[in-house]
Design a protein around this ligand. Structure first.
Ligand code: FAD
Length: 489
């Protein structure tokens, strides 16, 4: 039997479900990756994610070569490229890992149907999550829509004894045991980034070096995070501290295995039962599965509110709303924590989780802008952009999601700043024009007396904007705006 493993968001050569099954079931196993031109054409030439994928492909190709195989790389439409590779290599079966996004599901259905016409199989496997949409259900066999009971059921299932033995659900797939089935093949040179319409990697540009792709970069991050995972619960909310793992982009593109991360967290909780850091971090990984599950059972969330009554809310529209939105995108709101966070996103493609909550709340509940505008902006900019998690995060902030924060809970951007960046360390990193302002005034510079502003070389309206809205007034307006929801529910 001759098989083809089609890599997508699973760019690694170890603990890989589709690769394992293909190797085990065939004598000749080929591997491929398609740069999907319909996705790439819509992206700017300096898109960091494409560069990340590219670096990951280079490394994956090398790893497969060292194991006796090859990664065949093509640029085009997978709907044509996969069937054509199958013909060229006389493939009997294509193996993939499941992708849960609606567009990807559709694409896979089309490819599967085309291959079926030529009597070729198409199989896909769970790999990206620990538990899929129907694996963790309530006692009445229904999908959960509240996180805590879902998490409890998830953890219970993880710990359950199965026929596969203890820790079955996060056992790695033993690739090396079957790697002899990898087929050797001499592929042409990789298409260059330039030939696909993207900027080449500039090793001298420090902003690019920060985002390293590939399995090796992921393992460097894990090594670093392992030393501080026990402090995660205490540090994760403070953007100036190295608290979180920064692994999201690697989870997005599969340069790390979710099973490996869960085994790491579980091991830590077992070593030290009191390891709150590891168990809180494990909860974050459960959130990830939770949002994939929600997207599956409620695909309408892509366009509309999870809770339908929230679709009756009237958001600000027209040129004034667009100007406010632009100010938010371009870090000109006059609220330092919000602006510093948006600069972090614009400059690095990453934003700290606490800040994602703060800026999302600010856009929706201080500026009165439709959460979908912010969701789209994040989708363009985030290296770790993931439809399920991003939509979940935005709907949480808009209060329209499952298990979202109540609509009357409105973050105060100043107190959030005082609480989570009390010394203004994070703000100063991204807004050097505020660097000399004291910690008391840095969260709301317009409250500083003229002398303090002068001492800090700051002229509001000139080198830093005045606030574009007044939080207290905006809060009242938002409560009014959301009152339609109260009437319905
Ligand atoms: P860690 O704190 O180290 O967490 C470990 C992993 O757990 C993350 O890498 C991620 O895979 C997962 N995780 C953590 N929090 C969440 C969460 N709330 N929901 C789902 N998974 C989570 N995460 C994305 O991966 N992609 C997105 O597009 C995305 N958009 C978001 C938008 C908003 C408005 C909000 C509030 C949150 C969003 N998140 C998103 C969730 C979270 O902010 C990021 O996963 C996290 O900041 C990534 O950093 P880290 O890897 O250092 O996280």
């Amino acid at each position: 039997k001759r098989s083809l493993v089609w890599f997508r968001r699973d760019l690694r050569s170890y603990d890989h479900a589709a690769l394992y099954h293909a190797l085990k079931q065939s004598e000749q196993c080929y591997c491929c990756f398609i740069f999907d031109h319909s996705i790439l054409l819509s992206l700017p030439s300096d898109d960091k994610r494409v560069q990340f994928i590219y670096q990951s492909i280079v490394e994956l190709r090398q790893a497969l070569r060292e194991m006796g195989g090859e990664l065949i790389v093509r640029y085009g439409d997978p709907l044509n490229e996969i069937p054509s590779l199958c013909q060229e290599l006389e493939i009997d079966a294509v193996f993939t890992n499941k992708d849960y996004e609606p567009n990807a599901k559709l694409r896979d259905e089309v490819v599967k149907a085309r291959l079926a016409r030529e009597h070729r199989q198409f199989s896909s496997y769970k790999d990206q999550v620990i538990f899929e949409e129907d694996e963790v259900l309530s006692l009445s066999n229904k999908a959960f829509s509240v996180f805590t009971p879902y998490k409890n059921a998830w953890l219970k299932k993880l710990a359950s004894e199965t026929e596969g033995g203890p820790d079955f659900y996060f056992k790695p797939y033993p690739i090396t045991r079957y790697q002899a089935s990898l087929a050797s093949f001499e592929d042409r040179e990789l298409p260059s980034l330039n030939s696909m319409g993207f900027d080449e990697l500039d090793e001298d540009d420090p902003s690019q070096l920060k985002l390293k792709g590939g399995m090796s970069a992921a393992s460097d991050l894990i090594e670093d995070f392992q030393n501080r995972i026990d402090r995660y619960a205490d540090t994760r909310d403070f953007p100036s501290i190295k608290g979180p793992s920064y692994l999201s982009v690697h989870l997005r593109f599969g340069t790390i295995s979710i099973r490996y991360l869960v085994s790491l967290a579980v091991r830590q909780t077992r070593i030290a039962a009191q390891n709150l850091g590891a168990s809180v971090w494990l909860s974050e990984l459960v959130w990830r599965d939770f949002y994939f599950m929600i997207l599956h059972h409620h695909p309408h969330v892509v366009e509309r509110a999870f809770k339908p009554e929230y679709d009756t809310i009237q958001w600000e529209q027209g040129p004034a709303a667009e100007a406010l939105f632009q100010a938010w995108c371009e870090a000109r709101t006059g609220y330092p924590l919000v602006d510093a966070a948006m600069l972090q996103l614009n400059q690095t493609g990453y934003m700290h989780n606490r800040l994602r909550m703060v800026v999302a709340s600010f856009l929706i509940k201080d500026l009165g802008i439709d959460w979908r505008w912010g969701e789209r902006y994040f989708a363009l900019k985030l290296n770790d952009f993931d439809l399920a998690a991003n939509n979940g995060g935005w709907q949480w902030a808009a209060s329209s999601g499952c298990d979202a924060q109540p609509y009357f809970r409105i973050f105060n951007p100043i107190t959030q700043s005082e609480k989570f960046d009390s010394e203004g360390k994070f703000i100063r990193r991204y807004l050097p024009q505020l660097a000399q302002l004291n910690a008391k005034h840095i969260h709301a510079p317009w409250t500083a007396p003229p002398l303090a502003l002068a001492a800090a070389n700051l002229t509001l309206g000139r080198n830093y904007p005045l606030p574009i809205v007044q939080h207290d007034l905006a809060r009242q307006k938002t409560l009014q705006r959301y009152s339609v929801v109260k009437k319905v529910s």
